[in-house]
Design a protein around this ligand. Structure first.
Ligand SMILES: CC(C)(COP(=O)(O)OP(=O)(O)OC[C@H]1O[C@@H](n2cnc3c(N)ncnc32)[C@H](O)[C@@H]1OP(=O)(O)O)[C@@H](O)C(=O)NCCC(=O)NCCS
Length: 209
């Protein structure tokens, strides 16, 4: 399948919310599964947590091919609220699972942007969608005046690490996360790209390959 033109949009359209939740769950199943369970209710729960404004989406023929979730300021792509966990799992288990989910939260400095998540539809991987999304996130960061863009890649995601290096992210550090072992993560590798302020503002976001 030839993926062009891929359109990159700022924000996640309501029509693509369900698909985004499914892609997120599929991509992070090994981390989300132990907390949210392995069923449709987990996808529905993620759907309720998504903050649609904090995303860039890749659309191909009106379908969601992939997305990046963005964190900056006090806004993140997934909004975790204790009340939602309590509603879903009850008073005690809701609190436990909320705390488990909070272990994944990471901070970002004021003036910087962090790619919180990236997921591409498995049916269209290896055709450049991830590359377009990472480049679009860098362009977005430039247009919005952020100083740097970061991504924390789990050490198990070697494909993503390679991809980030290829599009110009540089290795910064490795952080051990022993407390995330039950969720199948040992270390995070932080990669950073310093944003050039001489980037082209308002560059067209429709891409042809
Ligand atoms: C990691 C991920 C986002 C990559 O997305 P993708 O759309 O497959 O990425 P791309 O197609 O741009 O690049 C993947 C490879 O295909 C190659 N490629 C890109 N366009 C291509 C094309 N037209 N023809 C052939 N190969 C191509 C790239 O060179 C790249 O190779 P590399 O690994 O040697 O760098 C995707 O695999 C994914 O969603 N994984 C699950 C989620 C995940 O792991 N998230 C990270 C956890 S935080």
């Amino acid at each position: 399948m030839k993926l062009y033109p891929i359109q990159i949009h700022e924000g996640l359209d309501a029509a693509h919310l369900q698909r985004a939740a499914q892609l997120y769950y599929d991509a992070f199943r090994r981390q989300a599964g132990p907390i949210l369970g392995i069923n449709e209710q987990a996808v529905a729960f993620i759907r309720r947590c998504i903050n649609p404004q904090q995303a860039l989406t890749a659309i191909f023929e009106d379908r969601l091919a992939g997305f990046v979730g963005l964190q900056y300021g006090d806004q993140s792509f997934l909004r975790l609220r204790l009340s939602q966990f309590v509603d879903r799992f009850g008073w005690l288990l809701g609190r436990i699972r909320f705390r488990q989910a909070a272990l994944f939260e990471q901070s970002v400095q004021a003036g910087d942007l962090r790619i919180e998540s990236i997921a591409v539809d498995p049916a269209v991987r290896g055709q450049g969608v991830g590359t377009w999304l990472l480049n679009a996130a860098t362009d977005f960061a430039g247009r919005q005046g952020f100083k740097a863009i970061h991504i924390n890649v789990p050490d198990t995601a070697s494909d993503l690490f390679k991809l980030c290096r290829r599009v110009g992210f540089n290795y910064v550090s490795t952080q051990t996360r022993n407390f995330l072992k039950p969720f199948n993560i040992n270390n995070y590798v932080t990669l950073t790209k310093i944003i050039s302020l001489s980037g082209v503002p308002n560059a067209p976001l429709t891409a042809e390959q």
